[in-house]
Design a protein around this ligand. Structure first.
Ligand SMILES: *Cc1c(COP(=O)(O)O)cnc(C)c1O
Length: 455
């Protein structure tokens, strides 16, 4: 018999600690898992979930966790969002798969139309639908290479683009993503990112966005050659790298450089896109118009879907049959996306992301005033983070990040640790979370800091 329960907005919105966390039933399943699931797959919070909705995850032992992770920025519209569920259910009852490359269906086209309309820029656009963020990034690079007939791909320090062979090469951090998995794809070149907190520390003065862009461009010109470069790929706000918001002016300067040199500018909005930052796409914060945009995570309310959207002349430069995949734009996933996109447009979610951001910033500012170990507070909308350091230095404090996250986990609040130095706590709740629950989560986080730093 299934252990699943009804989730979605009807799930009681309260934190509940019914057993130790993880509880005995979760521990039993975890023991089975050790013998069944590949050891390389981790779970940071091994409580097995039976229902989720609003701002809560309910586990099999009856504990209810406050969700500040959204399944890594995926359930932005809320878990089991009714619009998503209704669309996907109707689709599953009709048919489950035909393969768009064989027998097409309307929702694929509708989602492409929505992406073309919602992404920055009013030029003519096209979209291709795929399964995962990494697959979208791979396809964006394929398209850029096909269009420019060039090979080199420029990426940045602290970048995360996925776990396939090409996207591992594009990802900066070696452990755990790349360690032992080489050789990696060639023609990928890394240049410095604008990282205001650490740049300004190193410079001893404020490094402007334009200065940071000049630093990156100098390396492209001197070490790669602009006319060798097919694409510059960048997360407008870096996700796994530590929610790094580049200095103002950095992104526009990189876009200008790309335009002047016939380079395709690709914004990887897989994490920051779809309402997360309080705008539909993070690129909008600086008014940049990327040539191509990759999306995934928040696009379909939890079903696996991703996309590349961009200028028609670039997208359509690829030969017929050059793009696709068995499951790309799967019927249930595109139906879910129709529901999710409706939610973003009709349910005031962008405003909600901004409000959530303000609440988090207020709460974090208060904790930071008590604890100098919070070196930096940054983010936009419901994509907020704190970078932790050792007192009286700027040395990354990963131990404190782990201690706070662990205290929160034991107290039924899900907080994720990230960053190149594993010293960043990131807060990315579903936009369906209520104020009360969000504040309660930050009460626990405050306690966690007090506890970890006492005496
Ligand atoms: C998560 C992520 C990816 C990879 O997406 P998957 O669906 O895990 O393949 C790519 N780029 C960014 C910015 C991401 O955050």
């Amino acid at each position: 018999m299934s252990t699943l329960e009804k989730g979605g907005p009807e799930l009681p919105q309260e934190r509940k600690i019914a057993t130790e966390i993880p509880g005995p039933k979760s521990q039993e399943i975890e023991a089975r898992r050790k013998k069944a699931v590949a050891g390389g797959v981790g779970s940071s919070h091994p409580s097995y979930i039976v229902a989720a909705g609003g701002g809560v995850l309910k586990d099999i032992d009856g504990n209810q966790h406050i969700d500040l992770g959204s399944g890594i920025a995926v359930t932005t519209v809320g878990n089991a969002n009714p619009r998503v569920v209704e669309q996907a259910k109707e689709q599953l009852d009709a048919f489950t798969h035909t393969c768009f490359m064989v027998s097409p269906y309307e929702n694929y086209v509708s989602v492409a139309e929505s992406l073309n309309r919602l992404t920055p820029g009013d030029h003519e656009k096209r979209s291709v639908l795929l399964n995962s963020g990494a697959e979208a990034v791979e396809n964006a690079v394929k398209i850029a290479r096909s269009y420019t007939k060039r090979n080199a791909v420029v990426v940045f320090d602290h970048a995360y683009h996925g776990r396939t062979n090409l996207t591992m090469a594009m990802t900066a951090k070696v452990a755990p993503y790349k360690k032992g998995f080489g050789p990696f794809a060639g023609e990928v070149y890394r240049v410095p990112m604008s990282y205001p907190y650490r740049d300004n520390m190193a410079a001893g003065t404020k490094l402007s966005g334009e200065d940071a862009a000049a630093r990156a461009i100098n390396i492209i010109d001197k070490q790669i050659g602009a006319d060798e470069v097919a694409a510059i790929v960048i997360e407008p706000i870096q996700g796994e790298g530590g929610f790094i918001v580049p200095a103002e002016g950095f992104l526009p300067a990189m876009v200008d450089y790309a335009k002047k040199n016939g380079i395709v500018f690709i914004a990887d909005e897989v994490q920051a896109g779809f309402g997360r930052t309080g705008k539909m796409f993070a690129s909008e914060w600086e008014g940049i118009v990327p040539d191509l945009i990759t999306t995934a995570k928040g696009i379909a309310g939890g079903l696996p879907l991703s996309a590349v959207t961009g200028r028609a002349e670039i997208m359509d430069s690829v030969h017929g049959g050059g793009l696709g995949g068995t499951y790309g734009g799967n019927p249930a996933a595109v139906a879910a996306a129709v529901g999710a996109i409706e939610a973003y447009e009709k349910d005031g979610l962008l405003e909600r992301a901004q409000q959530i951001g303000e609440i988090i910033q207020d709460r974090v500012a208060k904790i930071a005033s008590q604890h100098p170990e919070i070196g930096d507070v940054r983010g936009r909308g419901a994509m907020q983070a704190v970078e932790l350091i050792k007192a009286d230095s700027t040395e990354p404090n990963s131990e404190l990040a782990d201690a706070v996250a662990k205290y929160c986990a034991k107290n039924a609040v899900i907080v994720l640790v990230t960053g190149t130095y594993h010293n960043v706590l990131r807060f990315l709740p579903p936009l369906s979370i209520g104020d009360e629950l969000l504040n309660e989560a930050f009460d626990v986080i405050e306690e966690a800091f007090d506890e970890a730093l006492k005496g």
